[in-house]
Ligand binder design. Structure first.
Ligand code: NAD
Length: 262
């Protein structure tokens, strides 16, 4: 199921994290020559032949500098058909205050979009990692799809700011040839190699003997997707974001996983 190298340059924001590091690895494994990671933190296990840039997405100048280096190293010129693809997977971890979610998810994503729209940087595509939580307000969602509107009362600041970021990314899509194309993906729970939240959380419950509590009637369901399947969806979304044959408005709404029953 691996697609061939696209020959573009790839810029993985949040690429030191769980999902982003697997995206960078998958791109290298399919033979991409120009893969760069941009993250607040250094990678725990750097991937061979991937360039790492440390920076914050709320800083336009740090993003710019890293993109210029990737562009020049890959020999891409402004207006090139095979430009830079940005995968924006960065987001703060769960359980923080509303200010940090607003700053990174909304202001940071706005900054990423503004930089991606600068024609001299030759960014052609922006793939945004959203979340199934953007349409969840605490009530069961069964067999819904991307036509479902954002809830009037968001679940919390994290999901509210992810929804705002997603809307900004989709609005930034242009149908004009040579202009930025965007897509958002909405995974639900992600598990697999490098997961620091889901399974470690379950193991902690076991270790601390807190298994006697039950939330709900034991019929709760939640969607889980294996990390490399989410990675695959990101690569496919980027590859198909070419314009020809794929109306952008359709691509602007891809949703991988929608069934959230609580
Ligand atoms: P993660 O915390 O492992 O990775 C996120 C990375 O983003 C980290 O390396 C972090 O340093 C970086 N980052 C955070 N703020 C930044 C900033 N201001 N500038 C630059 N880099 C910054 O998280 P993850 O589980 O890999 O999640 C990746 C994406 O997937 C997120 O957007 C998240 O909302 C989304 N998502 C995750 C899950 C899940 O179950 N893990 C489910 C749905 C959606």
């Amino acid at each position: 199921s691996t697609s061939p190298a696209s020959g573009e340059a790839h810029f993985v924001i949040g690429g030191s994290g769980f999902l982003g590091s697997r995206i960078a690895l998958a791109l290298r494994q399919r033979g991409e020559k120009h893969v760069a990671v941009f993250d607040l933190h250094a990678a725990r296990q750097p991937i061979e032949k991937v360039d790492y840039y440390t920076g914050d997405i709320t800083s336009e100048s740090s993003l710019r500098q890293a993109l210029i280096q990737l562009r020049d190293k890959a020999g891409i010129e402004a207006g090139a058909k095979r430009g830079i693809v940005i995968y924006h997977t960065a987001s703060p971890v769960a359980g923080l205050g509303p200010e940090i979610y607003h700053k990174v998810n909304v202001v940071g994503t706005q900054t990423v979009i503004a930089v991606a729209q600068k024609s001299e940087l030759a960014v052609t595509k922006l793939v945004f990692t959203s979340s199934a939580g953007v349409v969840y307000d605490g009530r069961s969602l069964v067999n819904v799809d991307e036509r479902l509107a954002y809830p009037k009362k968001p679940l919390d600041a994290y999901n509210d700011t992810k929804a705002k970021a997603e809307a900004l990314v989709l609005q930034a899509n242009s149908n004009e040839p040579g202009k930025l194309k965007t897509v958002a993906l909405r995974p639900a729970g992600i598990f697999g190699i490098g997961d620091r939240q889901a399974l470690p959380g379950f193991f902690n419950v076991l270790r601390t003997g807190k298994t006697k509590f039950q939330i709900g009637d034991n019929e709760n369901l939640f969607d889980w997707t294996y990390v490399d399947n989410v990675v695959h969806a990101h690569l496919l979304a980027a590859d198909k974001l070419e314009g020809a044959g794929y109306p952008a408005h359709k691509l602007g709404d891809i949703m991988i996983s929608t069934r959230v029953v609580a």
